[in-house]
Design a protein around this ligand. Sequence first.
Ligand code: ZN
Ligand code: ZN
Length: 329
Amino acid sequence: MVLDAPGKPLRSAELEVPEPGPGQVLIEVAACGVCRTDLHIFDGELPHPKLPLVLGHEIVGRVAALGKNATGFAIGDRVGVPWLGGTDGTCRYCREGRENLCDNPRFTGYHIDGGYAGYAAADASFVFKLPEAYSDAEAAPLLCAGLIGYRSLKLAIAPPGGEVSRLGIYGFGAAAHIVAQVAKSQGREVYAFTRPGDRPAQNFARSLGAVWAAGSDEPPSQALDAAIIFAPFGALVPAALNAVRKGGVVVCGGIHMSDIPSFPYEILWEERVLRSVANLTREDAREFLALVPEVPVATRVSTIPLDAANEALDRLRQGELTGAAVLIP
Ligand SMILES: [Zn+2]
Ligand SMILES: [Zn+2]
């Protein structure tokens, strides 16, 4: 499914199977998750995508061919490909172990053709083996919703925010449904904020262990220690700052957000922290993929045929999906 230009529906096309270049593996795609970032690229909210482009950065498949010097995998291995598809390895951020902030990154399904396809080629050093307990479709949302969600959680509970026993999550979609399970397994209480009146999402959150679930227009029953915002709405930033206690941390987990309305300094005052999360490191991926079968995280997926990718994007936009949408070629 090809994106010719932002705003135009994806077009079904027969493309050549990619040749794996040096250091790359060719993957026969078995499943590819649909992420909100795909929608931002589709809508032209992220600048300069490769065009034409194959979207998709939650790829699960099997190694079908190895390029020259590609190591670590054998033909037939099941692998996953995340958003971070390559770095320069030399900029100050890479040298400091913060490759998520690389000055010259390459992202899957943005600069590199992704997984809304039968085959995809990926740099073998940015590809991961997946825990066996998950089916192909169930594993797909781990690769972005899970990974970025996990990094968001790590930053929400990091110093200097202090002990986090009450964690708010704004936007209860694919990322939240995974993070809520990890947070609960760590002994934290999860407070879920959904679109106002979205009872199915609130019930879904409760079914995953949230102690409280309501619309984002309602204040939580208790002050929160930290909050993660996954929904791309800037108006949630002041709402979340209002909901956290002194010294609490608010993490924006998305790659794009509508403008944040102005707010009085007093809701940031008292050492509240507002920060964003960008991308992932390979270390995040290794940690998270080892952690999920231990929790264990159960992913909820709706499988959709690849040729219905436009409908999948539309359903994500409308908030009609419970859990994660996964395309099956
Ligand atoms: Zn770099
Ligand atoms: Zn994503």
